[in-house]
Design a protein. Sequence first.
Length: 309
Amino acid sequence: MKAIAEAPSKVIITGEHFVVHGAWALAAAIPRKSRVEVSKSDRLRVSSDRFRGANHPALRAIARVVVAMSKEFSFSPSLTVAVSSQVPEGSGLGSSASTMVALSSSLSRLHSLRLSLDEVIRFSMIGEGQIHGRPSGIDSTVCARGGVILFTPGTSPKQVRLSRPRSLVVCHSGITRSTRRQINRVSGVKEMFPSLFAGLTESASEVSLMAADLLKKDDMKGLGRLLNFNHAVLSTLGVSNRALDRLVDLLLSLGCYGAKLTGAGGGGSVLAVAPEGKEKSIISGLKARGFDAFIAGIPVKGVESWLER
Ligand code: PMV
């Protein structure tokens, strides 16, 4: 008997980094998934098609979540855990959160624990904390709950209901980087300019609340302008770079309403909003230049799990 769970990945639409310091951020689950299969075994074995090398931090974080849950719920940690993912690591699309959420959900299913989504998120955060240091929890929340979510640490996340399905354009820069290092870089800016940073954090909250409103009203042009604004602010923090700025410019020149880095920056991915019907030609333009780009339809469901013989 094995338990399987699949969790979506995510894009942060607005408010990344500032969310770590208490701002509202807006994020959406996207259809690229991570899948975890767990079954009983004679010892703990973790394998992955993404996280390679026995000492990979994600594999160690997976083992830590297994041990933490086994202690809390008194089951044996001797398990086979197999991870596969459609999400490139270090791409700003929440590969680790989507894996950790699928992991805690699959363990809950295998041992009939019936964990609530809040508990699935709590256990996934043990792994996320080990990998990223001090994550806000937005990635795990969105990968577990799905949909489009307004999030700020310490309060209940709010689902943003769209009047109809929409498409976002996501393009990987091809550069991988560490979220932990990017978070530390931003904390350095906060230490150096505390009052300026407080103002930017407040403004980031305002941007996210406005972005949620525009998305609800289906005003993609307005949302695009906010993405451009948010990218400029993230650049002032030092989390963009020339490659990301060039990619943003390219997306705008291909006709997008707006574009910005998504996630921790320093590499990873860029998110854009395009006029309806133009998404496919924009993706072709990106692919022709060698980028891994795709259309992410939203909203998508959160984590799902089931048993198989
Ligand atoms: O790049 P990612 O997928 O690791 O996204 C991190 C988002 C941050 O806001 C930078 C950190 C966080 O935990 O909120």
